[in-house]
Design a protein around this ligand. Structure first.
Ligand SMILES: Cc1cc2nc3c(=O)[nH]c(=O)nc-3n(C[C@H](O)[C@H](O)[C@H](O)COP(=O)(O)OP(=O)(O)OC[C@H]3O[C@@H](n4cnc5c(N)ncnc54)[C@H](O)[C@@H]3O)c2cc1C
Length: 308
């Protein structure tokens, strides 16, 4: 038995777990790409105080990884060593605040958008277009249609990987394009978002338009991870990642069941349930070809986690 499993078996024997602790738990269903190995220890967390206790007591030599809804991760076939944390339903809640709303870290982005529609709150319609939960969105600085989390968050709470409480205000952190500098060491349990009184019909119309646009522009009902590569910054290239992929003819590459979507040439489709390693190889091949043909180094937007 591994040392970390022994640690958690002893922990479980001494305390009731609020949530679930699972050992060698397959993560394939925890990722939209539908592949990946097992978490050595998987903790579906239902209590902030227990999460803090676990993080404080779990020796630092065991790595910590947090996942959300898995819409932006590729989990390698060798799985993830150490502790994998996912926030459970006790972190799915929305409350009104003076500035807008406060959402628990596991609240789905689209649920927040719908809540705002019901409450006639404007400014967060774009969240209806982003899969995943608000903890993941904050960690990724997710966005669409010229909006992103950086523009709308005003505070956040969480725990660092040693179990200490973190309280952030907007002025404490700057989120860059698809990047939050704190996400590699923090579990975001709550995010506070600006929203203002609006016209319910306008909000509804915006959400419907986003839904229709997405149907036209993105594949649906298939295993994908959204945008595979980040768009380069303007100094590096005026072309977007999908344009560079097309320019390099990489949209035509097929690697044993992995290819780009015909609807969106930066969205991978995992049609034949291939291995995570093959999907990673596909990404590396595309990066190599794009670099050779255009001189631009495409950076991954999808987060690759775990061991090959
Ligand atoms: C069809 C499709 C369309 C998409 N469209 C968009 C789009 O328009 N715009 C866009 O920005 N993205 C888009 N994405 C990508 C993805 O939906 C976003 O990045 C999303 O915010 C990820 O949230 P998640 O809960 O699924 O996080 P995961 O994919 O589970 O995790 C993503 C990252 O966030 C970290 N993380 C997750 N939860 C937490 C937490 N509570 N605390 C700290 N770190 C955490 C993880 O460690 C990982 O590094 C799309 C994906 C798909 C599949």
């Amino acid at each position: 038995m591994s040392q970390i499993i022994k640690f958690f078996e002893d922990y479980e024997a001494s305390k009731k777990i609020e949530g679930k602790l699972l050992y060698n738990h397959s993560l394939a269903k925890s990722s939209w790409l539908g592949v990946g190995g097992a978490a050595e220890v998987f903790y579906l967390c239902e209590s902030s105080s227990q999460l803090s206790d676990i993080l404080k007591k779990c020796p630092k030599k065991f790595s910590r990884t947090v996942i959300g809804q898995g819409s932006n991760i590729l989990i390698r076939d060798g799985g993830i060593k150490g502790l994998v944390i996912k926030l459970g339903k006790n972190f799915q809640n929305i409350n009104r605040s003076k500035e807008g709303i406060i959402a628990g870290g596991a609240t789905l982005d689209r649920v927040i958008a719908k809540y705002c529609e019901k409450e006639s709150l404007s400014g967060l319609e774009f969240l209806s277009g982003i899969p995943g939960n608000i903890g993941g969105a904050f960690a990724m600085n997710a966005g669409c249609y010229n909006n992103d989390l950086d523009q709308v968050f005003y505070a956040a709470e969480g725990l660092d990987y040693n179990g200490n409480k973190i309280k952030l205000k907007k002025c404490d952190v700057t989120l860059d394009y698809r990047h939050n500098p704190m996400s590699s060491s923090t579990i975001f349990t709550q995010v506070s978002l600006l929203a203002s009184k609006g016209n319910q019909k306008d909000i509804k119309n915006k959400i419907e338009k986003i839904f229709k646009d997405r149907i036209l522009a993105q594949p649906r009902g298939i295993k994908t991870g959204g945008s595979t590569f980040k768009n380069p910054d303007e100094k590096t290239s005026s072309l977007k990642a999908w344009e560079l992929i097309q320019k390099s003819d990489c949209h035509k590459i097929k690697l044993d069941g992995v290819s780009f979507s015909k609807k969106h040439s930066n969205f991978i489709e995992n049609k034949q349930n291939v291995s995570a390693n093959l999907i990673e190889d596909f990404c590396r091949l595309v990066q190599k070809n794009v670099f050779e043909k255009t001189g631009v180094e495409l950076l991954m937007e999808i987060k690759i986690l775990g061991e090959r």
